[in-house]
Write a protein that binds this ligand. Sequence first.
Ligand SMILES: [Zn+2]
Ligand SMILES: [Zn+2]
Length: 310
Amino acid sequence: MKRLVLAVLLLLTAAAQAAEPRRYGLEPEKVAPDTYVFVGKTENFSPANGGNIVNTGFIVTKAGVVVIDTGPSLLYGREMRQAIAKVTPLPVVRVINTHLHPDHIFGNQAFADVGIEALPATIRGEEAHGKAFADNMYRMVGAWMQGTELHPPSRQLPRAVQTVGGHRLEMIAVQGHTDADLMVLDHATGVLFASDMAFLDRAPTTPHAEPAAWVAALDEMAKLPFTVLIPGHGRPDKERRAIRQTRDWLAWLDATLRRVAEDGLEMTEAMAQPIPERFAGMALAREEFVRSVSHLYPRLEQASLRRTGP
Ligand SMILES: [Zn+2]
Ligand SMILES: [Zn+2]
């Protein structure tokens, strides 16, 4: 009898859990006056995290709220909006996609009434790759994506510097992580939303990267007058570690791949190269290194064959 009661209880608990609405539980972190970030986990996409592996943020200006990136799913975008409404009664007036990657854009639907803005190449990229990104996300995080559809930006970013409700926002277009990466520097607060141009304590991803261009852009970024940097992935950074660390990783990655390509190593041998001790605290270092080899190595092998060939 006891066992039967226990079995029924277990069944009821399981049913209650299944019926419970899925939630990310997004909590905004205040990083500067008027400025909030939803800090994601430094993990890979998984059904457990629902794709909440990314940083998104918002600035509360006197003229309304500026949203920077919308997260991995419709549900995430909706939760963002609810969380923003708890901070301010002001409406969302601007929504920006920093670049085309799926963890940054699939909450767009939740802001469809406001309209999304991005660089022209980002809009083209979302239109070209968005469908494949969505399929991939459904495979990797499952039910969290329910109802999510591609909703590319409808507006090109109008001007490089725009003042919104007393915040002078500099829109800085760079390249390296992808062919169009947008950073937002708020001169009113000194916060730099660095997009995926900077990672912190999480290995950078490179599916659309040009490491040499990325390193050059990081050197320019280091000269910007910011006091807090919000990386695309990793904790908000007041110590200027994110730029240094991202640069260090990319320069090592680029040099390592060039060396092993010159040596004529196979791709699997390249993937097995040791990772320096100084990157030991970086989440997903081996996983991202292996992924980077698979993205970047074929090109380098070709280049090195051309140099040595007839
Ligand atoms: Zn990215
Ligand atoms: Zn990202």
